[in-house]
Design a protein around this ligand. Structure first.
Ligand code: NFE
Ligand code: MG
Length: 521
């Protein structure tokens, strides 16, 4: 039996570690450890409710739009208002642009380097000046690293990487994917411009408010969004989707690795102002059965989390009392449960629930991919299913966003008015790119009495619950083959397929474990 610690495991918001027990070349147990407490829920208490719109966006720089919209919706509920059509559509458009940005970061900049061989650059013989510049730089860095084996910097962010025969072998495929990595940086910038057109700025939008947004949709801004969208869509449909397929063709085992079977989605992109109709459906898939969502069944448990708060509380009654030295606790993430069950949330959950809800667009995209791989739906419940689901969503978002632009009332009011009531309660449900995000607010004397965020990464990276049942990522790791315990890339691929963001999940950084020392002068 070998104990393996991967710390940090993510290339973003790197405060997640994973501890594994490996026996006979397979993971037999796993612990997901969030090493950070941030206390946003405590910071919000006693403030003007509308402040929540700005403060909660600071939870994360990757998905501020989702937090801003979840917050706006919780305020809509507490204030007894709804968005108007323009407000709803503009919220969708800023969220859509943030999704395109986020899905591209995840694939190219956070996950693909576990599959693509960056050293293939050294074998490049073509004439692309950009690739040749990258090749020269990589050569220089690798040489420098040879002379100074302890140097940390070599070819960052591409290296260091797991040492072994783990990567795509075909040079052209690698070079094409590396070109995709570089191009995706430019495309992400365009997607962020799209967010700013209707959100004011990005990250941390100033234009999200209860009842809608503050930016009036002018024909100039609509035209600019449409033109940027066209460029982003071209990259997604012609490049991103093909790279995901290339990875899947090279690593088909990952259709069987990293499985979890319970899924929840709050519904993605509102198609009415009543929070009932969505571009991708709302629902819960548990124990092989699709069901309606009932948010009364959401509870957070804390037996293994570093809180002395009450356990199994609904978010309206949720507590966040940190207890760093609590015996038996191993993480700052709580363990959210739906009807007592852990739920995978995120692109795969949305795709599975939409597919089973007979969403024609999703069905077509999924069936087309299954045909390429001669696979049935069970293959989707996997590491590759998660990567493919993001690509499918990105494609469908581009298609739908064009229609939403047509539905805007040009020059029309972008929001409904609000007044802060003496008291009220509201629940704001949104699908962040990483999954189901809920904000729950209780207002008393026009101030925030309680505010709880239950976020995607908490859902999937949360610890064992009060009964000792593993969280989704912990469970999905069980059975993962590990060919070399000193280079456990297979486990990293499983965890990264969920796209964890611990900044969101725990919303005082604890003294970490020492990785390396270096001098700055
Ligand atoms: Ni920090 Fe986030 C998303 C949210 S994940 S990225 O998407 O909410 O917990
Ligand atoms: Mg929380």
């Amino acid at each position: 039996m070998a104990k393996v610690l991967i710390d940090p495991i993510t290339r973003i918001e790197g405060h997640l570690s994973i501890e594994l027990e490996v026996q006979n070349g397979k993971v037999v147990d796993a612990w997901s450890i969030g090493d950070m407490f941030r206390g946003y829920e405590s910071i919000l208490k006693g403030r003007n409710p509308v402040d929540a719109n700005q403060i909660t966006q600071r939870i994360c720089g990757v998905c501020p739009v989702s937090h801003g919209i979840a917050s706006s919706k919780s305020l809509d509920g507490a204030f007894g208002i709804k968005p108007n059509n323009n407000g709803r559509i503009l919220r969708n458009l800023v969220l859509a642009a943030n999704y395109l940005h986020s899905h591209l970061i995840h694939f190219y900049h956070l996950a693909a380097l576990d599959f693509v061989d960056i050293t293939a650059l050294l074998k490049y013989k073509g004439g692309d000046s950009g690739i040749n510049r990258l090749k020269e730089w990589a050569q220089g860095e690798i040489e420098a690293k040879k002379n100074r084996p302890d140097a940390l910097t070599a070819v960052a962010p591409f290296l260091p990487r797991y040492e072994g025969n783990f990567y795509i072998k075909d040079v052209d495929t690698n070079i094409d994917a590396i070109a995709g990595y570089v191009k995706a940086l430019e495309i992400r910038a365009k997607a962020h411009k799209m967010v700013a057109l209707f959100g004011g700025r990005v990250p941390h939008l100033i234009g999200l408010v209860p009842g809608g947004v503050t930016q009036v949709p002018t024909s100039d801004r609509i035209r600019e969004y449409r033109s940027l969208l066209k460029e982003v869509e071209k990259f997604i449909n012609n490049t991103y989707v093909n790279h995901v397929i290339a990875v899947a063709k090279t690593f088909p085992d990952y259709f069987k690795i990293g499985k979890f079977n319970n899924f929840m989605s709050y519904g993605l992109f509102d198609q009415d102002n009543e929070d009932k109709k969505f571009m991708m459906q709302r629902g819960v898939y548990a124990n092989g059965k699709l069901d309606k969502l009932d948010t009364d069944l959401i509870k957070e448990q804390v037996k293994y989390a570093r809180y002395n708060s009450g356990s199994n509380l609904h978010p309206y009654k949720g507590e966040t009392n940190p207890d760093p030295h609590k015996g038996g606790a191993y993480t700052w993430l709580k363990a959210p449960r739906y009807n007592g069950l852990g739920m995978e949330v995120g692109p795969l959950a949305r795709v599975v629930i939409s597919y089973l809800s007979n969403n024609a667009d999703v069905k077509k995209e999924v069936d087309d991919l299954l045909k390429i791989f001669k696979a049935d739906l069970s293959a989707v419940f996997s590491v590759l299913g998660r990567h493919a689901s993001r690509a499918i969503e990105a494609k469908l978002i581009c298609k739908n966003a064009k229609e939403w632009l047509d539905q805007l009332e040009v020059g029309g009011k972008p929001r409904n008015e609000y007044e802060i009531p003496d008291s009220g309660e509201g629940q704001g449900l949104v699908e962040a790119s990483r999954g189901a995000l809920g904000h729950w607010i209780v207002v008393k004397n026009k101030k925030i009495e309680n505010y709880q965020c239950v976020v995607p990464t908490t859902w999937f990276c949360g610890p064992r619950d009060d009964n000792g049942t593993r969280g989704p990522v912990e469970q999905a790791l069980i059975g993962t083959p590990i060919s070399d315990v000193n280079n456990p890339i297979e486990a990293a691929r499983v965890v990264r397929s969920f796209d964890p963001c611990i900044a969101c999940a725990v919303h005082i950084v604890e003294g970490g474990r020492e990785i390396s020392k270096f001098r700055v002068c």
